[in-house]
Ligand binder design. Structure first.
Ligand code: BTX
Length: 324
């Protein structure tokens, strides 16, 4: 309903539209119109109201994650040509999975809030209203399914690259977390729908904490946000930069099987290479040294007995000694 009201007000350009006209057009009471206007103002829409004239829009908030805000002057070939924007949804990944087969590649599902945001292995992802970027990208790469996990690394590389270009010194905790000042600001959840030799679609879910100042007790020791770390960056700029960076790295991988740039970014901005980390498998926890990421995108570690081991993403959990 709020979208319809915005549309009516936008259609009216700089002219006033009365509460009565809005209530007739939209089939709701004048009190309901007033309540919607009130919450639109809370979202940042500057709506003027004048007695006996009605309402008119003075200024749109430019930080809402809508198609209009994001796509304007975005020079991508496939990503973000379609952006489906919600005020609230259970999970953008769940929605993307439902429509994944019908939608074309590059469609982006984005919501201002998630009520059932998901992390990996059934974990929760806190996704407060207007405080972050909760989005999923539908991909349909013509590659064999075993090559899909590398797409998580492409996403990580494009997120740190985008953030660093915006002045944020973010780092990658291989394979799917982005870290800022030793706490987590972003998680990536890649989900695959495939047959043995063919990918139907991939849903790439990205959650970034932007404006959150208070985290629940459960995660306050491990989570942070850009605002909390004093980086005041527009959500729209972050999304646009990620789509741009991701598309170029993704197309190089899909079309030319080229991984160099991604690996270079993952190494340069790694939060763990050269450091001690814990590897965790069930109850087993082992302190190892993280040496490198190899050409396949797998992690190379050195154990206490001096032996060198390669870890494939998803095979084992890793944790930095500082807790993230
Ligand atoms: P993960 O399993 O690596 O991380 C989940 C863990 O991170 C949780 O168990 C909790 O400890 C911690 N956590 C939960 N919420 C937050 C938060 N907001 N900030 C920092 N730490 C947190 C990471 O999974 C993958 C997350 C993907 C989220 C996106 S949002 C858009 C899309 N839709 C959806 O449902 N999920 C993805």
């Amino acid at each position: 309903m709020r979208k319809k009201i915005i549309q009516e007000i936008l259609d009216n350009k700089s002219k006033f539209i009365s509460g009565e006209e809005l209530s007739k057009k939209l089939g709701i009471s004048r009190t309901a119109v007033w309540k919607h206007i009130k919450s639109l103002r809370e979202e940042g829409y500057n709506i003027e109201s004048v007695n006996k004239k009605g309402y008119r829009l003075i200024e749109k908030p430019d930080d809402l994650l809508t198609y209009d805000n994001i796509y304007h002057n975005l020079h991508t070939k496939i990503l973000g040509k379609k952006i489906i924007h919600f005020d609230t949804i259970d999970s953008t990944n769940d929605y993307a999975k439902k429509i994944g087969n019908e939608e074309s590649e590059g469609a982006v599902i984005i919501s201002e809030e998630q009520t059932k945001g998901r992390g990996r292995l059934g974990r929760n992802w806190h996704s407060n209203s207007y405080e972050g970027i909760w989005m999923s990208i539908i991909l349909k790469p013509n590659i064999v399914p075993y090559k899909a996990p590398f797409i998580t690394l492409i996403a990580g590389a494009s997120i740190v690259e985008a953030l660093n270009k915006l002045g944020v010194n973010a780092k990658i905790k291989w394979p799917n977390d982005i870290i800022l000042n030793e706490k987590k600001i972003c998680g990536i959840l890649t989900e695959l729908s495939a047959e043995i030799e063919r990918i139907n679609h991939i849903v790439l879910g990205i959650g970034i904490n932007v404006k959150t100042m208070e985290f629940s007790q459960e995660i306050c020791d491990v989570a942070t946000s850009l605002y909390k770390e004093n980086y005041i960056v527009s959500r729209v700029d972050i999304v646009r930069n990620i789509l741009l960076e991701f598309e170029s790295l993704y197309l190089e991988y899909i079309n030319n099987n080229s991984k160099e740039k991604v690996l270079d970014i993952c190494r340069r901005h790694s939060a763990i290479i050269g450091k001690e980390i814990y590897t965790i498998r069930g109850e087993e926890k082992e302190l190892v040294r993280c040496l490198d990421i190899n050409e396949e995108g797998n992690l190379i570690i050195k154990r206490n007995d001096g032996s060198i081991k390669e870890i494939i993403s998803g095979e084992i959990s890793i944790r930095g000694i500082k807790g993230y």
